[in-house]
Design a protein around this ligand. Structure first.
Ligand SMILES: C[S@@+](CC[C@H](N)C(=O)[O-])C[C@H]1O[C@@H](n2cnc3c(N)ncnc32)[C@H](O)[C@@H]1O
Length: 215
């Protein structure tokens, strides 16, 4: 059972019965949706500068590691078009059932890997990831390998973002050095931004990276 306050283990916490259980848990839904709402607030953060998005536009968001779709639902309910991508069939199958409640043309789901994205350049207004980005390095055997995965992913995310696009990543770094690796993968590859911690004194815990594509 996925327990509250227990660190999830990828992929075991999200396979088979665990995937169904994940989706049934009310506290999980609440946590994912609250984090997604905060990501949307940070998307329009003043410190990132004026947003290009006009009222009435329906910007396209890529939801990295969309799971069973809690975060997608928040973006859809706030008038964004959404493409969700997830690597696990068990999770995305549940998300695809929720897709039926929305207009299909505004909500696409893709089974795929964040580190090998199947999208053409210049196609998303913004990219958001809620509680998933940590996992992209789970197979890495060394710091060198972690750095390579993070840097290559950030470079590709930059390519698929439109001009002035933003990335908001909500994740749980284990410590300051991991946070630095994740942050530098963006700031050294064409993004400008900063991070916000829920509790500024905390070492690890919930952290938001707010990044804007430069140039
Ligand atoms: C906490 S869950 C999902 C959170 C999601 N925001 C939601 O609302 O349900 C984390 C997800 O990240 C996905 N994930 C982990 N590594 C991934 C990768 N390399 N590519 C795509 N998805 C990945 C997992 O399959 C899992 O569904």
């Amino acid at each position: 059972m996925t327990q509250k306050n227990k660190t999830p283990i990828f992929p075991f916490s999200y396979i088979g019965e665990k995937a169904k259980e994940y989706d049934r848990q009310k506290w999980m839904e609440r946590n994912q949706k609250n984090a997604a709402i905060r990501c949307l607030e940070y998307l329009f953060d003043d410190k990132l500068g004026k947003s290009d998005i006009e009222l009435g536009d329906m910007p396209l968001i890529l939801d990295l590691g969309c799971g069973t779709g809690f975060s997608c639902e928040i973006f859809l309910e706030n008038s964004f078009k959404v493409v969700g991508i997830d690597i696990l069939t068990d999770m995305i199958t549940i998300a695809s059932k929720k897709r039926k409640s929305y207009d299909y043309k505004y909500f696409e789901l893709v089974l795929g890997d964040i580190t090998a994205l199947p999208f053409r350049v210049d196609c998303f207004n913004h990219i958001i990831s809620v509680s998933s980005y940590n996992f992209i390095t789970h197979n890495a055997k060394s710091i060198r390998e972690i750095r390579k995965i993070l840097n290559n992913t950030a470079k590709y995310l930059r390519k698929i973002l439109k001009k002035n696009g933003r990335i908001i990543i909500e994740f749980y770094p284990k410590n300051d050095s991991e946070l630095l690796l994740f942050t530098k993968s963006f700031t050294e590859h064409g993004f400008n931004g900063y991070m916000v911690k829920r509790d500024p004194k905390q070492k690890g815990g919930q952290t938001f990276l707010l990044m804007k594509k430069e140039g």
